[in-house]
Design a protein around this ligand. Structure first.
Ligand code: SF4
Length: 240
């Protein structure tokens, strides 16, 4: 079933989550440097392990990209070891650092000031930066609208009964959200954070906790039934 037709269900889900959980205040981190380093380190890693790696970076006095560029790769790998895949992640951090230093003289703000389309293309050209990490950086460091798609988002949406009308890949899912919610960085920021929290709080990986879920009446899984043929405006509680 696909119900991504702009009928308002994506916006309704956002409002329900915001009412249930409140603003999330993302991204966790003290600076744009930490935000971006965290986005790279969190690939295939639990956030608590990323926090340990970020703490190590702070303790080592590494708080900007020129510092990452200068330090030896083996030393950096030891520092970020708690995040897992530390040799690869050290190389990814240094690839990002090389881009900032070689093209922007080490000035991260200059990179983040590039127009959105060019910035996304540049980010995707850096080793270790895929679409999810690029969109994390666009939304949470550069303050640009570019909806972040991750496994949590897809799991929740599939359970509700929503899939893209087009391609079932990153671009297809992102296009669905771009069509269904305002093209606004603050909305994209908050919505992604709310979905992440909802996954932790209720729509967990193995057994979703549907009793008491704020989305239950509009969720195919929560209702224990599919909802074929309904549009968003047919669903209860989707106005306003
Ligand atoms: S009702 Fe259940 S499956 Fe649906 S969003 Fe809520 S927790 Fe997830």
């Amino acid at each position: 079933m696909s119900r991504d037709d702009g009928s308002g269900i994506l916006l309704a889900i956002y409002r329900r989550l915001l009412a249930a959980y409140g603003p999330q205040g993302w991204w966790p981190g003290d600076s744009h440097f930490e935000m971006i380093a965290g986005a790279i380190l969190t690939q295939a890693a639990a956030w608590r392990n990323v926090e340990r790696a970020l703490t190590n970076l702070r303790a080592a006095g590494i708080d900007d990209w020129p510092s990452v560029y200068r330090i030896g790769t083996d030393t950096l790998a030891e520092i970020v070891r708690p995040s897992g895949y530390y040799n690869v992640k050290a190389r990814k951090l240094q690839a990002f650092a090389a881009h900032v230093c070689d093209k922007y003289g080490g000035n991260l703000d200059a990179l983040l000031a590039v127009d959105t389309e060019t910035l996304r293309r540049e980010l995707l050209g850096i080793y270790g930066i895929g679409p999810e990490t690029a969109d994390d950086i666009l939304v949470y460091a550069a303050g640009r609208p570019s909806f972040v798609i991750d496994a949590y988002t897809i799991r929740i949406m599939r359970r509700i009964g929503l899939t893209p009308a087009g391609r079932d890949d990153y671009d297809g899912w992102q296009a669905m959200f771009h069509a269904g919610v305002p093209h606004d960085a603050l909305v994209h920021n908050e919505y992604h954070a709310l979905l992440d929290w909802h996954h932790k709080a209720a729509c967990t990986k193995n057994v979703p906790q549907c009793a008491g879920c704020c989305l239950r009446d509009i969720c195919a899984t929560g209702r224990g039934t599919d909802l074929p043929g309904l549009s968003g405006t047919d669903l209860p509680g989707l106005t306003g």
